[in-house]
Design a protein around this ligand. Structure first.
Ligand code: AMP
Ligand code: ZN
Length: 472
């Protein structure tokens, strides 16, 4: 695989550090509002990447965090905590807010055929790990205390800002009036913030420095290293994370471990709506429910994003999405025709099969060129020299990366459950018989994230391939 590394601004050959298992850390959402279609773009990119890595035969551990504390309204260290602010607005607890919007996020992701990461970790569950990491950074002389928190001293490390190619000198010279005059350098950032004396926070923890809450960046370094170790293959996020969040993650890793822990930094470009930044005030802020309310299937949105390269800006318009919905329907119709075809050509054309498999793999492995992968799929389906059942097998094979739900189009009763799914289903049946509902719920989630619907009926549980094509 060749992947574009933001750190080097070049396409590089990807091989996992540990040949048995690749590691991927994706910056997750801040759960203070509904998931929007910009999130969909970001996580379809991550999902396609994870699927492509697995398609290449690597085992993968995919970790994603949930930011439920510490992300302030200003990406720097001023402003209010987004979740605390929302809790006040909605008259709920911060915990309710985080729970509600996390659930909304995963429901959205699930409808889009996005495979749940192997590990989903919440910032608030990792406060001790963050404190330990800040202590290490402090011990290495890279942190200092001010009146409102513990800050990272960015002048203590080499090449601060190398990811974003920041010109730190001119940043210093041109620094606007610093709201926190105690900061040693304008690029320094909070590792830990003290609870304000004049206001109550709902989320706060004791620490060696005083009661407070973690800065936004420390959670990702702490959780990435906890779950994936000090050598991580790939770290992803949107391009907005390059100048601050990921730049500061690199600084933290250097301050704590004296090295870069991440090898590849991958970033998705932004999605615009009618050529403009999506925002509630402009009335162009869309969620998945806005898409389905117009009778468009969630997977049409997936198809829409797969048609663009993840590093190109993409402009969302209703007209283009409707066009893509038609394209997806044509694809499903083509698959149905193949399934119903009685015409079975006996001579399989293995040369052609290899040709298309190679073309598809080359597209995907060229920095995740899903648009080209889709074009290969269509060329293959239209090729009159290929046997129908070969086309079907190839389409399902490519769909392991594309995730367009092609398997669900096959006659439902003829889809045999894979052994691993049968095993999970059996385990869930036993858990239910033992009234172990926590375990049974856990197994339901596992089955769902593997792409199966679980229904509990009077005659027992029924497992089937997800019906995610209906647009509901
Ligand atoms: P947030 O919930 O704002 O922390 O964002 C979670 C992820 O979604 C980040 O990686 C963002 O870069 C990404 N993201 C947010 N809005 C968009 C957008 N309009 N287009 C693409 N990615 C986005
Ligand atoms: Zn992050």
């Amino acid at each position: 695989m060749i992947l574009y590394n933001t750190l080097t601004r070049a396409k590089e050959k990807f091989t996992p550090f540990n040949k048995d298992r690749a590691t991927l850390y994706a910056c997750g959402p801040t759960v203070y509002d509904y998931a929007h279609i910009g999130h969909v773009r970001a996580y379809i990119f991550v999902d396609a990447l994870a699927r492509a890595i697995r398609y290449n035969g690597y085992a993968l551990t995919h970790v994603m965090n949930i930011t439920d504390v510490g992300h302030l309204t200003d990406d720097a260290d001023q402003g209010e905590d987004k979740i605390e602010r929302k809790a006040v607005a909605e008259k709920k607890t911060v915990w309710d807010i985080a729970y509600f919007y996390t659930d909304d996020f995963f429901q959205t992701m699930n409808s889009l055929g996005i495979v749940r990461p192997d590990i989903v970790c919440k910032a608030t569950d990792h406060i001790p790990e963050m404190i330990a990491l800040i202590k290490l950074i402090e011990k290495n002389g890279c942190a200092y205390q001010t009146g409102d928190g513990i800050y990272f001293d960015t002048s203590r490390i080499f090449h601060y800002g190398k990811l974003a190619r920041l010109d730190v000198k001119s940043l210093e010279e041109g620094a606007r009036v610093e709201p926190n005059p105690e900061k040693r350098n304008p690029t320094d950032f909070a590792l830990w913030k003290f609870s304000p004396l004049d206001a109550n926070r709902q989320m706060e923890w004791a620490s060696p420095w005083g009661k407070g809450f973690p800065g936004w960046h420390i959670e990702c370094t702490a959780m990435a290293v906890k779950y994936l170790g000090e050598q991580i293959d790939i770290h992803t996020g949107g391009i907005d994370h390059i100048p601050v969040h990921h730049t500061n993650e690199i600084a933290q890793a250097q301050g704590a471990f004296g090295k870069d822990v991440v090898r590849f930094w991958l970033h998705n470009e932004f999605m615009l709506v009618d050529g403009q930044k999506m925002s509630k005030s402009k009335g162009n802020f869309y969620r998945l429910s806005d898409i389905t309310a117009r009778g468009i299937s969630p997977l049409a949105l997936r198809y829409f994003f797969l048609q663009a390269h993840y590093r190109s800006p993409v402009n969302f318009t209703w007209e283009s999405l409707r066009g893509v919905q038609k394209g997806l329907e044509n694809l499903y119709e083509k698959i149905r025709q193949i399934q119903n075809s009685k015409l079975k050509i006996q001579n399989h054309n293995s040369k052609l099969k290899i040709h298309y498999t190679t073309q598809f793999l080359e597209a995907i492995n060229d920095d995740l060129n899903t648009a080209k992968g889709l074009a290969v799929l269509w060329d293959m389906l239209k090729d009159g020299d290929l046997a129908e059942e070969e086309k079907y097998a190839l389409a399902l094979d490519f769909d392991q990366v594309l995730g367009l739900g092609l398997l669900a189009i096959s006659p439902r009763e003829s889809v045999p459950l894979p052994t691993q799914i049968k095993k999970l289903a059996k385990e869930r049946e036993s858990a239910r018989a033992e009234h172990n509902f926590a375990r049974s719920d856990e197994l339901r989630r596992e089955l769902e994230s593997a792409g199966y619907d679980v229904m509990d009926t009077k005659t027992g549980q029924k497992i089937d391939v997800k019906k995610c094509l209906s647009g509901e």
